[in-house]
Design a protein around this ligand. Structure first.
Ligand code: PXP
Length: 253
């Protein structure tokens, strides 16, 4: 990566989570007639300088709905990153939609948000097949993985152009003694991924406090942030929440 700054991708799933808390019983394809609309939120993020939007279509459709993805794809002016499970149904869905990129994540029904990284080592052939199908369709694939050397090495071997390093363990350790250790794991992972030719993204649990350290990780192309920006937007509005995060991301770059 030759750019001297890091991009901001905003993950808007939790806006849909809030909507579904009230409108779960509404017809699934309700478009934008019930609030809050995650696509309107995405457009406000773009207006404030977000460089891309991530939307996760879970197999159980618990937050984002198909109509959200269709509207996001039609209206977003930056880049749509479709986060999805590594299943045949989702692969077909992505090949039809043709977003700019897909981010493959593990999916557990009990989770509120994605908890762990994708096990590329354990399902290498399957992941390689999906990456090849996406590449043939002109869609970039990102693999959301723990910053573990074996996962990083296998991600490069399956031909993925991007990885998204899972920053959750670091974020959870932030106020505890494990923070420096988790940061070192991320730093080493970013170096390794870069040396293997992978574009390095990162995300999960990044907020307005830990961003000051996260942004010092080497070779960062993009950070994907959801919960913290959406939470801050409740107090200061969407545009200011995005601008404040962008400003913090410039500090070290
Ligand atoms: N990246 C991925 C792959 C995710 O699943 C999530 C959570 O939905 C995020 C980034 C954003 O995490 P957070 O909401 O904690 O900022």
């Amino acid at each position: 990566m030759n750019r001297s700054y890091c991009l901001l991708g905003v993950n808007v799933d939790h806006v849909a989570t809030l909507r579904q808390a009230r409108y779960r019983a509404h017809p699934l394809d309700h478009g934008d007639e019930v609030e809050p609309d995650c696509v309107a939120f995405a457009l406000a993020c773009e207006a404030a300088g977000a460089d891309g939007i991530t939307i996760h279509l879970r197999e159980d459709r618990r937050h984002v709905q198909d109509s959200d993805v269709r509207r996001a794809h039609a209206q977003i002016g930056t880049r749509l990153n479709l986060e999805m499970a590594c299943t045949a149904a989702m692969v077909d869905y992505a090949l039809q939609l043709k977003p700019h990129s897909v981010c493959l994540v593990p999916e557990g029904r009990h989770e509120i948000t994605t908890e762990g990284g994708l096990d590329v080592v354990g399902q290498k052939a399957k992941v390689a097949e999906v990456v090849a199908a996406m590449t043939a369709a002109g869609i970039k694939t990102s693999l959301f993985i723990d910053p573990d050397p074996a996962q990083i090495e296998n991600s490069a071997e399956v031909g993925a152009p991007w990885v998204e390093l899972h920053t959750g363990a670091y974020a959870n350790a932030y106020y505890h003694e494990g923070r420096l250790r988790e940061f070192a794991v991320l730093r080493d992972g970013a170096e390794m991924a870069h040396n293997l030719g992978l574009t390095v993204n990162a995300g999960h649990g990044i907020n307005y406090t830990n961003i000051r350290e996260v942004i010092t990780l080497p070779h960062l192309n993009e950070l994907n942030i959801g919960h913290s920006i959406i939470s801050r937007a409740l107090f200061v509005g969407v545009e200011q929440a995005v601008r404040e995060m962008k400003a913090l991301m410039q500090l070290m770059h």
